[in-house]
Design a binder for this molecule. Structure first.
Ligand SMILES: C[S@@+](CC[C@H](N)C(=O)[O-])C[C@H]1O[C@@H](n2cnc3c(N)ncnc32)[C@H](O)[C@@H]1O
Length: 201
């Protein structure tokens, strides 16, 4: 999928509403803030801007330069100076900082080798830091039917994601389904649900 092409039209009412539900779910795991936070696959920043009061220092990571450009404009417009951005491949990154909280929403299903990305994210967590993954529950392929060249995963089971975080060395890993909605696909409403999985380093 070409996320650069999607960047300027990503903030639809449907995505804004979903990002609000995802932000509330992520906030439920964060507890007291503000904290040092990384968002992986931040897109245009809908989630982290909802959570800005919980962020002391933030790093927003995305492989799409156009998504990051949209986010940077919002940071300027809202006079936010404690959030930095990184455009690129996380597997090639070498940040010299660690985070209390790392979260990622609707990104892992786009990444074939998501287990390697999870291990890399875990390497950026402080001791006792939390990794929170929000993603799609197993889907019959309808969710991405209109996206040409989709080569990712048609969702994950909670057990699959719990195993990935456990294998990456996290403890107290657990997950839950927290959101159900409909996505318009070829003039029909396709039902889908999201889960969250969290683990502690
Ligand atoms: C469906 S959007 C989700 C955006 C945002 N997290 C949300 O939930 O509103 C997926 C985002 O993941 C990013 N992405 C996809 N593969 C990536 C990768 N390998 N590394 C970093 N970002 C990636 C895309 O550029 C896009 O911004």
């Amino acid at each position: 999928m070409d996320f650069n092409q999607l960047a300027s039209t990503l903030d639809t009412d449907i995505r804004i509403k979903r990002a609000q539900a995802v932000s509330i779910e992520i906030e439920s795991y964060i507890g007291h803030g503000p904290l040092e936070v990384m968002e992986f696959g931040c897109g245009t920043g809908l989630i982290s801007l909802n959570l800005k009061k919980k962020i002391s220092e933030g790093l927003m990571v995305d492989s799409s330069s156009k998504m990051i450009k949209e986010l940077e404009q919002k940071l300027v417009d809202q006079n936010i100076t404690n959030i930095q951005t990184y455009t690129g491949d996380i597997l090639e990154s070498d940040f010299d900082r660690k985070f209390d909280i790392i979260y990622s929403s609707m990104v892992m299903h786009h990444i074939k080798d998501f287990q390697s990305v999870i291990k890399k994210l875990v390497s950026y967590l402080k001791t006792n830091g939390k990794l929170i993954i929000v993603d799609l529950l197993p889907d019959n392929g309808e969710f991405h039917r209109e996206h040409e060249n989709f080569e990712g995963h048609h969702g994950f089971t909670i057990n699959e994601m719990v195993s990935a975080l456990t294998e990456a060395g996290l403890k107290e890993v657990s997950g839950r389904k927290f959101y159900s909605s409909y996505k318009p696909v070829e003039n029909k409403k396709h039902p889908y649900s999201l889960f969250s999985v969290v683990g502690i380093k």
